[in-house]
Design a binder for this molecule. Structure first.
Ligand SMILES: NC(=O)c1ccc[n+]([C@@H]2O[C@H](COP(=O)([O-])OP(=O)(O)OC[C@H]3O[C@@H](n4cnc5c(N)ncnc54)[C@H](OP(=O)(O)O)[C@@H]3O)[C@@H](O)[C@H]2O)c1
Length: 265
């Protein structure tokens, strides 16, 4: 797929993977819609990306409040006439055992990572069907394929995305809808700072895993390559996290013993 002039809507574009994607897609000549909660930071990302105002739209949204997503999708259509790619990247992580996690916090993580994500897809899908094609990129996680301690709800939200998008891909193959699932391992971003503890407060520290992780720029490069090649699933990140995906699938008993002791922060 040639990305020049494509209209690409990125959530979580104010930071980390989404921000790195915005800079690289701007260089590819894409038209961009940048979303997250923080309008000022998004505006800075648009400026740093070097994309002109008429080719870059800042569209703040809260993934925990999806009622206005159909209206937001209309705003993009009115501005650019189409939506070629939706990158559902925005999300929040968890750093607490399940026994310590309040149900309200569990619901918030599901609302942002799962319901907010699929609500935006629901708002964009009719336009992609009408224009006879489009790509939806969902950023999940390696823990969308296996569970680790202190990530129970986060892992559940990401597993849910895998099931959802596999089903959606099958429902819309005839509409030329391409679905790419991206399951990163550790990427060096602010994710662990913003991760929620059991009471809903933010962890506020950088985990060793994230600190030593792949750069968001490298992750974005791999995502763009996979998008151009119309791949179905990729796992950017370190060898250990990626190996877990295959270990869980082929040696689940061994995996369940290893994961008890793994240092997940
Ligand atoms: N970093 C990793 O090691 C790693 C590993 C696996 C998967 N991932 C996934 O990668 C994606 C991007 O995360 P990242 O690593 O780049 O972390 P990040 O730097 O913390 O970025 C998270 C992004 O999500 C946005 N966001 C958070 N809550 C939101 C809400 N309620 N509504 C709208 N936007 C919201 C944030 O923007 P605002 O605060 O401005 O709203 C920010 O732009 C996430 O889905 C994460 O689960 C990351």
């Amino acid at each position: 797929m040639d990305l020049k002039d494509k209209v690409i809507w990125i959530t979580g574009a104010s930071s980390g993977i989404g921000e790195a994607l915005a800079y690289q897609l701007a260089k590819e000549g894409c038209r961009l819609v940048l979303s997250s909660r923080n309008k000022d930071t998004l505006e800075k990302v648009r400026q740093y990306s070097g994309i002109a105002e008429e080719r870059g739209m800042v569209l703040p949204l809260d993934l925990a409040a999806s009622e206005n997503f159909p209206e937001l999708a209309w705003q993009v259509i009115k501005r650019f006439g189409r939506i070629d790619v939706l990158v559902n990247n925005g999300g929040v992580s968890q750093r607490a055992f399940f026994r310590e996690t309040e149900m309200e916090v569990a619901r918030r993580i599901m609302e942002i990572n799962f319901f907010g994500n699929i609500a935006l897809t629901k708002a964009v899908l009719p336009f992609m069907v009408k224009q006879k094609g489009g790509s939806i990129v969902a950023v999940t996680s390696v823990v969308g394929k296996y569970g680790t301690p202190k990530r129970s709800i986060y892992s559940a939200s990401k597993h849910a995305l895998h099931g959802f998008y596999d089903a959606l891909r099958a429902e819309h193959w005839n509409d030329h809808l391409h679905v790419l699932l991206v399951g990163p391992g550790y990427i060096k971003t602010s994710l662990s700072y913003n991760a929620l503890k059991g009471d809903g407060s933010e962890q506020g520290t950088l985990d060793t895993g994230q600190k030593n992780g792949m750069s968001p720029e490298e992750c974005a490069r791999k995502m763009i390559h996979a998008l151009k090649k119309k791949k179905r699933e990729i796992y950017p990140g370190g060898l250990k996290e990626r190996a877990g995906v295959y270990l869980k699938r082929f040696l689940p008993g061994l995996f369940s013993k290893i994961v008890r002791k793994v240092n997940v922060t």
